[in-house]
Structure formats: C-alpha cells, structure tokens
Design a protein around this ligand. Structure first.
Ligand code: AMP
Ligand code: MG
Length: 654
C-alpha cells in the first residue's frame, strides 16, 4: 500500500519528533538522576494526625515495654522454689503477705520464702517473687493462707520488662506508613509526636478542547475528563496530595499560565493529553520555558505510552501523560509512581505477582516494552490469564482486569501457553466463582446481577461467540454465550456444539432496521421494503456490522450483493450502530430492539436471533453454575429480560 502525501508528511513529522526514543529503563534512569538525591521534607505531627503518613526517620524505643516485670493473670506472686514439690497429692501451703497489688500500684513488701502476695493482671511483680500462680489453681486455707497443688516454673505468667519492646531497639523504620498498629507501638513507648514526610503536593491538569468534567452535560464531540480523576486518585494512593486544577483547553497562553501558577504552588506537576504533537499539542513546548533542565525524555519505548514526556523544571518534576486513559494509567504506574514515592519518602511499591498461563497468542510490537491487561480465571491446572484489553482508548479494560503482564521490548509476541508473571492490581487474586466467556449482551447483566447480589463473583469476558466456544472447549470457562447462525441448517447455535458442551437456552433478541424517527423515508415500511427504499436513494447512508457478526449475515442477505454508501463502516457492536444513526453519521443500520429503544430510534423488526449458552458439562455441578441456571429460569429475571426487550427462551427449571 502506498502512502498518500498527507500521511507521508505526518509520518516524516513523527519521525523527526520522536527521533530520540529512549528505552523505558534509560528514560527512568535519566529522570531519577535529574531529581535525586534530595532530602525528603518533613514535619512534626501529633500521633492522632499522623495516620496514613510516612515516617521520615527511624524510631528507636526510648523505654522498655512493659517497663517492669508484670503479671499476666490474676493470682498470687510466688517463689517457684517453694512449689517445686507441689502436686495433686501434695498441697503446699503459702502464707499471704499483708498487701494486694492491683494495676498501677508499686509493691512495698518482699515475697519471702513460704509466702505469696495477691496480684492482679498487669500488676508489677514484687521483690523476691519469680512466678505467678493463677487464682483458679489455688484454694483458700483459712483467712491468710492458700494451698497450691501444682508446681510452677520460674517466669510462669510473667512478662519481663522489655520483652515486648526493648529500650534502644529499632521500633519503626523511615518510610513506614503509619497505621493503627504503628500508632499503638508509638503510644506504648510514650511517643506523642513523630516526624513524618510531608506529602508532595502534586498539581494535576488535563488538557484538551474536548474535555468536560463529570457532572456536566456532554455536547456533541465532547468526552468526559477521565484522566483528571484517575491521576489524582493514583497520586493520593502513592503518597502524594493531588490538587486537581481542571481541564485546560488547547490554548498556549491559557495553558502556560495554568502551568506556571501550578508550579508556583506545587512540588510536582502532572498533565495529561497533548503529547502526541498534533496541532493542539502545546504542553511540551511550554515546558522549555518553565525552568531548567526542561524535557528529559519525550518518546519512550512503551506500549501503551510512547508519547510520555518527562521533564524537570528547576528541581520540580513535570510529567505529561498520554491522553488515552489506559496509556496514562500504565505510564503513571510504571514511570511516575517510583519517582513520586521517593519524593514522598516511601519505599518502592511492592506489587503482588502471580504466575498464570496465557491461553492465546498475544502479538506485540518489537522494540517497545508492552503492557497487556489480563483477567484471571481458574483453569484445569492453575491460573489462566486472558488478555482483556480493548485498545489503549478503553477504560473498562482496567475495571475488568485483575492485573497486567509485560512483554519484553525484544519480543514480537507472547506465544499461547506461555507461563507469564502477572502483576496484580490488588494485593490478592480474586478468582471468580463463575466465568462467562463469549459474546456479551446487556441482557446477561440482568442474570448475573442476581448472582452478584448473592455475593458471588462473576467474571464476564467479552471475546465474541467463537472465542467463547474455543474457551469452553478448553475448559477455561463455565458458560459461553453464543449467537451463531448456521447457514446450512438455518438454525442457531446447536450445530456449533461439540462433545462436552450442552446448550442452555437463553433469550431471543429481535433484530431489525433502525432509523431516526423523523426520517420519512422509512415510515410504515417492512424491513425488506425499507432496505429497498434506502438502496434507491443515493444520499441514504448505511452502517454495517463487522464480518463474523450474526447481524452481518442478515444484512448481507437483505442487501443481496448491493454495496451502498456506508457499507465499509463496520463497527463491532449493536450500540455503535445505534450511535451512528442517532448522530447522523448514517441513516440506517441493523441492531437489536432494546438498543434501538434506548437511543429512541425507529425500529422495523426483521428476525429473531437466539442468544444461548454453551455450558461446559464438567462444570455443571458447581454451585455458581447452578445459581446461574436458577437465576436464568427465575420469574424475576425472565420478567426483567422482557422489560428490557428480550424474549426469554424456554428454560428447564429443573
Ligand atoms: P492527545 O494526547 O491530547 O492527543 O489525546 C489522545 C486521546 O486521548 C484523544 O482521544 C483524547 O480525546 C483523549 N484524552 C485526552 N485527555 C483525556 C482525558 N483527560 N480524559 C479522557 N480522554 C482524554
Ligand atoms: Mg488533546
């Protein structure tokens, strides 16, 4: 394929601009070298105000804890030698001394041979005593003596001074996050104030004319500012104090003034967007004017995240994250978190990692360290890591993923079957109770909602019908939702099942033609007539579906070989078809009734599609599978499906 002149220019520009692409390691090393070593600013805090902060210094115990030898039980302080010969048949009698030692009272009398002193839990052991007998193991013998019928070892029920914390012992290290346990240790030592690292104030700015803050209305061509919220949260998660300054339009003067005032107030500045050097990409140019040494790396061999820009302006780190939210997240965690934690006086983050098998081949770009998000499910022998990314623009992949794996810059793929190390997003693996892999449908959410409310973890991985079938055959899921039309038998789904799989009827979705309700061309027509009318009007644009979609088969049949304008617009979802028509990018397309209703489009029904489940028979007895089948057959879920525009199929309630 030859390039058109415009893309030639663009690619030449890109080459010039990213000429000095650094490896991930090199970029990080240069960034850190420009910032460290430096002292972590600290401040004194009262214990109660230190929660969640990092200690700025090592703390040595100033006293012994407990400060004296202490009784652990209610009983009598004794000399163990007096009771050496005591036993079931040999009671020893001890005379009680004339004092009792409750908590907080210093003993005055010595425990002489043949005597005992009553003592409470927490009371200091009197001179002469070396052990304590529990009150339950004694009998009163008159008013001023006790009988003991068991021997005691020296030290029994005594906590010695300094046995918990010894004076001079390292109590807590610098960098420790102060939680309730740490506060307890400090309080036990009588420490009322500690030196904590002052949280670095990190200013956060989103850039882009298209950005709108959540809570405000979205105009055409606008999107919600996602990075502002994630970056601010990730800063707080890693020891910083985020100050979100909103989204600034792509306007050089406005952006420069926002960056200047941010840097005047904050210890660090994190921007997002505008790094790919399109017409509106200005931040990197402004950085050159903000301080020395300026840009350290722009263009790093990471995927996602190549446009990441790292700079230092007069000692303060300035970072521009890529605009796509997932790219922004990965680069932030991989390249910015290490620096932020150092500034915050925290030790490097210790990520939890697990080993898992990758069931499918993952292609990778040579020369860039690549991060791939994965969902973990339990396979026949061990964990399986499904790549769950939908491309760098997809934010949901983060929510559905359990962690990520890294493909080395020198590899062009990760072969199927690779045992890979997965870095977890949370400290623990949460293996789902039910795994559904295949085609996604909004109706599915209505079934799984029941399970989620019952406390079951359901993982639904959308890979399409065929991908789901393959996963089911490998035994990697419990159920594969499918809607596959078989041309020869003119039936859905059943012809695709193999040994070990069983078909569970799901529901029917009505497919039909969508159009805008005010479009008179389609008024009162049947589906075939509507398509004929559309084909007659050269100005009428269609939106198609991707190859392999069940809907596509229906469309091609209706078109009968015609290729009207819009045929090559082939989105991968029902919702995208509805959006294209609603937004006037197309005039008609085919989607399912609930989706058309949700967007308020006109709908001409054509055919019913069967959305069923291929159940892995070997997994049928699992409680979560049974719960799913029960939910699917329940009156409640069937009613909910009907309300949403689906027609539940006959399900065996057995
Ligand atoms: P840019 O780096 O500014 O060219 O942005 C690349 C892509 O990321 C564009 O599709 C932007 O609309 C998108 N993007 C940039 N900033 C944000 C943000 N704060 N939230 C969500 N998407 C963004
Ligand atoms: Mg932008």
């Amino acid at each position: 394929m030859s390039m058109n002149p415009q893309s030639q220019i663009r690619s030449a520009l890109e080459q010039e601009q990213f000429l000095k692409i650094l490896s991930r390691e090199e970029a990080l090393a240069r960034f850190e070298a420009a910032l460290f070593p430096r002292a972590v600013p600290s401040e004194k805090r009262r214990l109660g105000d230190a929660l969640g902060l990092a200690l700025a210094e090592d703390i040595t115990a100033p006293i012994d804890v407990p400060p004296f030898d202490r009784s652990n039980v209610d009983g009598f302080a004794v000399r163990s030698a007096d009771l050496a010969a005591a036993g079931e048949g040999a009671a020893r009698s001890l005379t009680l001394n004339g004092e009792t030692i409750p908590c907080g009272t210093a003993p005055r009398m010595q425990v002489a041979a043949g005597t005992a002193t009553p003592i409470a839990t927490g009371g200091p052991l009197p001179r002469g005593a070396d052990a304590v007998v529990m009150v339950e193991h004694t009998q009163p013998a008159g008013s001023d003596a006790i009988d003991v019928r068991r021997a005691v070892l020296p030290g029994q029920f005594v906590s010695y001074a300094g046995s918990d914390i010894a004076r001079g012992e390292a109590l807590l290290r610098a960098g420790t996050i102060i939680g309730s346990r740490e506060i307890g240790m400090l309080a036990a030592c009588g420490i009322a104030e500690v030196n904590v690292a002052r949280k670095p104030r990190v200013a956060v700015i989103s850039t882009g004319d298209e950005l709108v803050q959540p809570g405000e209305a979205l105009a055409p061509a606008e999107i919600y500012d996602t990075n502002g919220a994630i970056v601010a949260a990730a800063i707080d998660e890693n020891g910083g104090e985020a100050v979100f300054l909103g989204a600034i339009p792509d306007d050089e003067a406005k952006l420069e003034s926002a960056m200047r005032s941010a840097l005047a107030e904050a210890d660090m500045l994190v921007l997002s967007g505008g790094t790919s050097k399109g017409a509106g990409d200005l931040s990197h140019r402004i950085i050159g004017r903000l301080g020395q040494p300026g840009i350290i790396a722009h263009g790093i061999a990471l995927k996602p995240g190549k446009p990441l820009c790292l700079a230092v302006c007069d000692g303060k780190p300035v970072v521009i994250l890529p605009g796509f939210p997932t790219s922004a997240m990965f680069t932030f965690h991989d390249m910015i978190v290490p620096v932020l934690r150092k500034l915050a006086g925290l030790p490097p983050r210790s990520d939890a990692k697990v080993s898992a098998t990758v069931p499918v081949r993952i292609a990778s770009e040579l020369g860039r360290t690549e991060f791939v998000m994965v969902s973990l499910v339990e396979g026949r022998d061990g964990l399986i890591a499904y790549p769950s990314g939908k491309g760098s623009g997809a934010i949901t992949s983060f929510a559905q993923a359990d962690g990520f794996l890294r493909i080395d810059a020198l590899a062009d793929q990760m072969p199927a079957g690779t045992e890979a190390e997965v870095t977890l997003f949370t400290p623990h693996v949460r293996v789902p109770d039910l795994v559904i892999v295949g085609s996604h449908c909004t109706g599915l959410d209505l079934v799984t909602a029941q399970l989620a409310h019952a406390g079951l973890i359901v993982r639904s991985i959308a890979v399409g019908s065929l991908g789901g079938l393959a996963a089911a055959k490998r035994g990697e899921c419990d159920l594969a939702p499918i809607h596959l039309f078989d041309d020869r038998s003119e039936t859905y789904n059943t012809p695709y099942l193999v040994e070990g799989l069983e078909l569970i009827p799901g529901w029917r979705r009505t497919q039909g033609i969508v159009f805008r309700k005010d479009d008179k061309r389609f008024e009162r027509l049947g589906a075939k007539e509507a398509v004929a009318a559309a084909l007659e009007d050269a100005a009428c644009i269609m939106v198609n579906r991707n190859q392999g979609a069940g809907t596509r088969i229906l469309i091609d049949r209706l078109l009968g070989g015609a290729r009207p304008e819009g045929y090559w617009n082939q989105p991968r979802s029902h919702n995208a078809v509805a959006a294209a028509v609603a937004q006037h990018r197309a005039d008609w397309g085919m989607t399912i009734a609930p989706v058309a209703d949700a967007v308020g489009l006109g709908f001409i029904p054509l055919a019913e599609e069967h959305y069923d489940f291929a159940l892995v028979r070997a997994r049928k007895d699992r409680p979560a599978v049974q719960a799913f089948l029960d939910a699917l057959g329940s009156d409640e879920v069937r009613a909910a499906l009907e309300r949403a525009g689906f027609r539940p199929a006959q399900t065996n309630k057995s």
